[in-house]
Design a protein around this ligand. Structure first.
Ligand SMILES: NC(=O)c1ccc[n+]([C@@H]2O[C@H](COP(=O)([O-])OP(=O)(O)OC[C@H]3O[C@@H](n4cnc5c(N)ncnc54)[C@H](OP(=O)(O)O)[C@@H]3O)[C@@H](O)[C@H]2O)c1
Length: 275
């Protein structure tokens, strides 16, 4: 029987995950489909029950349901537990196991840029859900220093309090967006939504982008101005497409217990973005 997987969110029609995962299923000759399901937040619990009853074996979870899904899981992996957000569900025997693969995806995307795991001096722009997953992942390395720069200071402070609790081995600071401390930093991550529109400018002065700085922009829709400017100034820089790919590959591995076909999935993502 054809096996069923999918992604839930609201809205969901823009999601690139169906293109990426259906390409992977085809490439691996798996008798399965991956469908988008629009799930309004207030209907999450009953719709999730319905999808499980209908035989769904695995789901991705996207905006605005990642946090709301947490209390509906029977088990959580450490990343989902710590971040308070689920982006992958594995269904086994009617029980829901929640994972968060965003951090793994981010780490893998950095490795693609030549990054080696270890202590880092990082500045993260943004303090939302994506910034949290990035901070959790970077916080693995004892001795790291992570500065959060966000438009609203209150949210940045909340994120740093959380980070000190879940990653006590790292140094944590807050900075205003107007004075982002990039001197001495080795990594800059944009985890804001700035860059999603082609009209968006830079959040930081371009001349702060110094040689030796690695720049990763979670926005995956295009080569953002930040990425273009960073490359122009000699930085290694990439947009968020690779993170999207690797978090999806990790979901695939969790569902199928085998490595994902990365090249096929990347091609599908690139084609879906251009469509
Ligand atoms: N590549 C991937 O796989 C991947 C995965 C997850 C997310 N993302 C991307 O990461 C980005 C953030 O996602 P999220 O889920 O963390 O969103 P979110 O929770 O809504 O957070 C949005 C962040 O952007 C900031 N922001 C919004 N507009 C701004 C502006 N005009 N100037 C300065 N800061 C602004 C917000 O600041 P305030 O707190 O002040 O509002 C907040 O820090 C999105 O572009 C998303 O597509 C990519």
């Amino acid at each position: 029987m054809t096996r069923l997987f999918g992604v839930i969110g609201d809205p969901i029609s823009h999601s690139l995950s169906p293109a990426m995962h259906n390409a992977a299923l085809r490439a691996k000759h798996l008798d399965a489909v991956y469908a988008p399901f629009e799930v309004p937040r207030r209907w999450l619990a009953p719709m999730l029950r319905g999808l499980v009853l209908a035989g769904v074996e695995g789901l991705n979870v996207t905006v605005p349901l990642k946090e709301a899904a947490v209390p509906l899981m029977h088990r959580l992996d450490p990343a989902a537990q710590a971040c308070g957000a689920v982006n992958t569900i594995v269904v086994r025997g009617g029980r829901l196991h929640g994972f968060n693969t965003d951090g793994v995806g981010f780490a893998q995307a950095l490795r693609e840029l030549g990054w080696r795991p270890g202590p880092v001096r990082a500045v993260i722009l943004g303090a939302g859900g994506a910034a949290r997953a990035v901070a959790w992942e970077l916080g693995r390395a004892a001795g790291s220093r992570i500065t959060i720069a966000n438009r609203s200071r209150g949210r940045a402070v909340r994120l740093t309090r959380w980070l000190r609790r879940v990653r006590p081995q790292v140094g944590v600071g807050v900075a205003p967006l107007s004075q982002v401390p990039l001197q001495g930093a080795t990594l800059l991550v944009n985890a804001t939504t700035v860059g999603m529109s082609p009209r968006d400018g830079l959040l930081i002065p371009a001349d702060a982008l110094h040689h030796g700085l690695v720049v990763y922009d979670l926005v995956y829709h295009r080569t953002t101005r930040l990425v273009a400017e960073a490359r122009r100034r000699g930085c290694v820089a990439a947009n968020g497409l690779s993170m999207l790919l690797y978090q999806g590959a990790e979901s695939f591995r969790l569902w199928w217990n085998r490595p994902a076909p990365l090249a096929v999935m990347r091609r599908a993502l690139e084609q879906a973005i251009q469509a």
